[in-house]
Every structure is written in structure tokens, then in C-alpha cells.
Ligand binder design. Sequence first.
Ligand code: GLY
Length: 362
Amino acid sequence: MRELAVSSFGGDYRIVIAPGLTSTLGERLFEIFPGLSRVGIVSNPVVWGFHGEEILRTLSRSGIESLVALHPDGEPFKTMDSVLALLDRFIEARWERRDPLLVVGGGVTGDMGGLAAALLLRGVPLVHLPTSVVAQVDSAIGGKTGVDHPRGKNLIGVFNPPRAVLSDPEILRTLPLSQRRAGVGEILKYALIGDGALLNLLSERIEELVADAFSSELWEEVIGLSSADKAGIVSRDEKESGERMLLNFGHTFGHALEGALGFSGMLHGEAVALGMLSAARISESLGIAAPDTFEGIRRLVARAGLPVSWPGEITFDRIVPYLLRDKKARRGVVALVLPEEPGRVRIVRDYDPDILSRGVFS
Ligand code: GLY
């Protein structure tokens, strides 16, 4: 078991990473909310199909009543309408401000459940139980919530820090291998911007991480190191005025690619892996990264079984509108997060826009 602390404007909170934690969920919630009598659960039918029964059983064993609200699964349903439907359910049940919401799911569920918790009665306590790799290492930590707008991803939302993040690496065992593998894209991001420990571990054992057989000990270590990186960054820059922007390494081109594909056909972590390669290519062209940077990252991405070239149908022209909608754009100029060397990335705003087309490659 590992515990990490996160500093936040909403009060400091803990990330608990413990294999098997789900089976003692009631006790964990009592530690955070002594005297707890009911909890609202936000999830989606797919995740709930896997974990609902166990969660309801453990909560009822602890004498905690639960009210479950499910939203349809998938990025196309990450909308204000879905959040309003979740709110209806709790308002009809006469929810009270001290009753927490427990969000059980991946990134989409976490973002919507977090937003619902911020809006319901002007804010009820929020706990995340992330069930995807990306949610455990990234989206459940740091308080970002939101929904998509037809003009772009996550354009509506608030910062709503949770009271705790409860990560059970064992839950990842039930994921399809393709999703575990895609999550490694996001983990590679931490390895490439972090202090070297994670990069060394992945350099030695990345094949084991994406193997059919699930290694609980390895996943716990990798989730722990990645979460520690994220916890450190958001503790220093929660509202993304500086350092937190580094977490967008791979996301500028990655999000644009997802947008051009209509958010289907490629998993988020796969798009991030390609986006990191795009950033490396541009960085080399600008003389910021050494000439073998792209190749070094490409080898790791390939070893993880992730894509190493852009889908043929996606040309640079097709991603331009999505690049310009990036939330980090200032006066139409997109900030690029570019690798310098292993463990160091930097934000670059002053560049010749023609260089961007190098980010799309076959
Ligand atoms: N996923 C990037 C961030 O939390 O800032």
C-alpha cells in the first residue's frame, strides 16, 4: 500500500494506492467521513457491471446506504445533459450537502461526476475510485472536472478537488488488454517528464506491463510512481498557471488527433503516445531536443505495442482546426510542450507556425 498527499485550495487530500482496496471500501470511507450513513455513486453501466455488486456488498456490510446514478458510457455522452440527468437523480432523492458522491469509473465518469459534485447543492464532498489506468494516474488527481462542447473537449468545467482518491490497481486486471496498453501511453508521459525512476523501470519492464498476464506488483509500483509525479505537480500548480501545463506533453497533437477522428477508433493513451512523438519531432526540428530523441521515444512506444505512425486518413490540414481550439492557445498561438532531454520538457510559444506540420508523420 502507498499513500501520497496532495495540497489543494479545497483542503489537502490523500491518494491511497492499495491492491484489493475495493473490498474494504466502507472502512476507507469511514476514515474520511466518520459517521457516514449514505453515499451517492456515479458510474456507467459497463464499469458498474464489473464492480457494482462487490461495491454494494462492501458498503452494505459497513451499514452504508448507496444510491447509484449511471450515465451512458463513452466520450459522446460527456455532455451537460448527462450531468443534469445525474443531478436529477440526487435531487429527487433529497440529497443533503454532507452526503458524499463516490465516482467509480474512468476519465469520462470522473470528469462528469466531479462536475456534478461541484454543482449539486453548490457542492457536496467528492471521492474518486478510478477504474482505468488513465484515471488512476491522471484524471482522478488534481481536481479537473468537465464536459465537452461541440467546439472541443473539456471546454466547460470547474476545478473541484476530491476529498480522497482511492486507487485499487487490482481493478485494472479486469480491463481489456488494449485499454491497459493504451494507459501505458499516459504512464510514458510521466516517465519522460519525471525524475528517471519510472523511465528506468519502464525501460527494463515495459513488455511485462502490457503482457496478457497481469503483474499486480509491477502495476502497483507504476501507478504509485506516476501518481506521485502528478501529485507533486498539482500540489505546486493546481490551477495550471505554469508547471501543470507540462502534463499536456503529448496532449496538444493527441487531442487534435482524437478530435479529427471524432473521438472514436483510437484510445486516449494511444493518441497521447503519438502526440508525444509529434512533439519530439518538432522539438528536434527546432534544435531543442537532441537528434535521437524521437527515435528513443519511438522505440519505447513500439515496445509498449502502441501506434508509432499517424493514421493515413488524418492529414495535417484535418487537425489544424482542433489544434487552434487548444485551451492553452493564447491569441491563436498554441503553446507546445516539447521534450528537451529525458526528464525535461519545456513550454514553447515563440515558433514559426509552419513547423507544426512536422507533427503529423507516417
Ligand atoms: N491531465 C492533465 C492535467 O490534469 O492537468
